[in-house]
Design a protein around this ligand. Structure first.
Ligand code: 8DG
Length: 169
C-alpha cells in the first residue's frame, strides 16, 4: 500500500492569513501589512495572519490573528486554494492557508473599525509597522499603488497571483 503524499502533514508549521478585501462583491483593494520583526523580514509586506495554535481550527486562527493584530472582527469569504492541502508553501517547513475576508467591525472594546484600516494607519499590535490598502482588482485606481509594487515576502508573490486569479473567478 502506498501512502499518498497528500495524506501527510508535510509542513510542520501551519500559517493562516487573510486577504482582507474592501468589497466582497467587487473587490478592488486588499490590506497589506508591513512586518516589524524578525529583523530578516522587517520592512517586508505580507497578508495579516500568523501561526495556527494547537487545538484551534484554521478559521479560529484567522479570527484570532485579525483581532490581535488589527483589532478587527472579520467575516471569512472563501479559501484561495494553494497547490497543497496545507495551502501555499512558504519554506520547507511552513505552509499558509489563505482566505478572502472582509472587516465587519471593531474587536470588542477597541476603537478600530473598517474605516480605521486606512492607508498609513499605525496598526494595533507590535507585529506591523504599517497597514496599507493596495490595488488587487483589475481596474486602475488613481493614487492607489498596485499590490506588487511593494516589497513583499518573496513567498507571497505567487499567492498574490493566486488571489488575483481567484477574484477574477
Ligand atoms: N502572517 C504571515 N506570515 C507569513 C506570510 N508570508 C510568509 O512567508 N509568512 C511567514 C512569516 C513567519 O515566518 C510565518 C508566520 O509567523 P508569524 O510570526 O506571523 O506568526 P505569529 O503571529 O503566530 O507570531 P509569533 O507568535 O510566532 O511571533 O510565516 C504572510 O503573508 N503572512
Amino acid at each position: 500500500m502506498s501512502l499518498r503524499h497528500d495524506d501527510e502533514r508535510t509542513f510542520r508549521t501551519q500559517v493562516v492569513a487573510a486577504a482582507l478585501l474592501d468589497d466582497p462583491h467587487r473587490p478592488q483593494r486588499l490590506i497589506a501589512a508591513q512586518r516589524a520583526y524578525p529583523e530578516s523580514l522587517r520592512g517586508l509586506w505580507e497578508l495579516p495572519g500568523g501561526k495556527q495554535e494547537p487545538g484551534e481550527t484554521v478559521q479560529e486562527a484567522l479570527h484570532r490573528e485579525c483581532r490581535e493584530e488589527l483589532g478587527v472582527r472579520i467575516r471569512l469569504l472563501e479559501e484561495v486554494p494553494g497547490p497543497h492541502r496545507q495551502g501555499w508553501p512558504l519554506s520547507e517547513s511552513a505552509a499558509m492557508r489563505v482566505w478572502t475576508a472582509v472587516v465587519v467591525g471593531a474587536a470588542e472594546e477597541q476603537e478600530a473599525d473598517a474605516d480605521a484600516l486606512g492607508t498609513g494607519r499605525q496598526p494595533e499590535g507590535a507585529d506591523h509597522l504599517e497597514l496599507r490598502w493596495v490595488r488587487i482588482g483589475p481596474e486602475p485606481i488613481e493614487g492607489l499603488q498596485e499590490a506588487e509594487a511593494l516589497p513583499w515576502i518573496p513567498a507571497d508573490l505567487p499567492i498574490l497571483d493566486g488571489i488575483r486569479r481567484h477574484l477574477a473567478g
